[in-house]
Write a protein that binds this ligand. Sequence first.
Ligand SMILES: NC(=O)c1ccc[n+]([C@@H]2O[C@H](COP(=O)([O-])OP(=O)(O)OC[C@H]3O[C@@H](n4cnc5c(N)ncnc54)[C@H](OP(=O)(O)O)[C@@H]3O)[C@@H](O)[C@H]2O)c1
Length: 270
Amino acid sequence: MAKRERRARIAFIGGGAMGEAMIRGILTKKVAIPQDMVVSDVSPIRRELLNKKYGLSTLADNRKAMENADLIVLAVKPQNLRQVAEEIRAPSPEQLVLSILAGGTLSKLCQDLNHSCVVRAAPNMPAQIGQGITVWTATAETNKKQKELAQAVLSALGKEIYVADEKYLDMVTALGGSGAAYVFLFIEAFIDAGVHIGLPRSIAQEVVLQTMIGSTCAVEKMGKHPAELKNMVTSPGGTTTEALLQLEKGAFRYHLLEAVAAAHAKAQRL
Ligand SMILES: NC(=O)c1ccc[n+]([C@@H]2O[C@H](COP(=O)([O-])OP(=O)(O)OC[C@H]3O[C@@H](n4cnc5c(N)ncnc54)[C@H](OP(=O)(O)O)[C@@H]3O)[C@@H](O)[C@H]2O)c1
């Protein structure tokens, strides 16, 4: 009879917004069960909440939490990394550490942790509702099974893409990480524009949100270039071209390109 594979054990260091999102996704997608997971957090309020809500064991001791874990997820704020790295330094060689911290290169993580099996992932804020996009990479020492585990856990946050070259992570931070803020700003301004011309705010919000969702789905499902879809909405001498003229006058595309390039330059400096 074939031997049944042991389920992976996962330790979370930090059970805040992102840690909880991962736990929720992991349980929903049945990547692991509550008995396979443990969370360590300095906050007694978070520990009680995660224990009550998901039935997980919780601890205040990071070192203890990582004992026996196949995967150690770092989900604290970047400013807490130094202390956490000291506490969990030099895990067993077969343990995989997965960091979702903004910034922090693989080489820095390996050095701080004195460990070589490390995954660095760059999720974005909609991951908190399982609609994120996470781009991730791993050190050469990470084996196939560990990569599969990392992929299963990250897919709990939404879509995920593995890249072999770490340089893409700073680019993704500028496009998808900070990008969520550009989209929120656009949505806010778009709703305000509806209110400005006289629509009740609640109607403006519903129209804007469904226009964003519908247009995104159209790009995804219709298999046409965005410019082609835009042209389909733009009749000669009509209302759309009047609006597009104003956006081109304000150099909308130029500013978007400049904004993403500035965020990328900043991510590289961090
Ligand atoms: N939020 C996002 O949308 C987002 C998106 C992409 C990437 N990320 C990355 O994800 C990471 C986590 O973000 P988050 O929004 O989940 O942060 P968060 O909500 O602040 O969660 C972090 C948790 O870790 C706890 N903590 C602090 N120091 C600790 C320590 N020494 N040991 C154990 N636990 C400790 C915090 O407790 P206290 O609050 O009491 O300090 C908090 O409960 C960050 O590094 C961030 O860069 C976040």
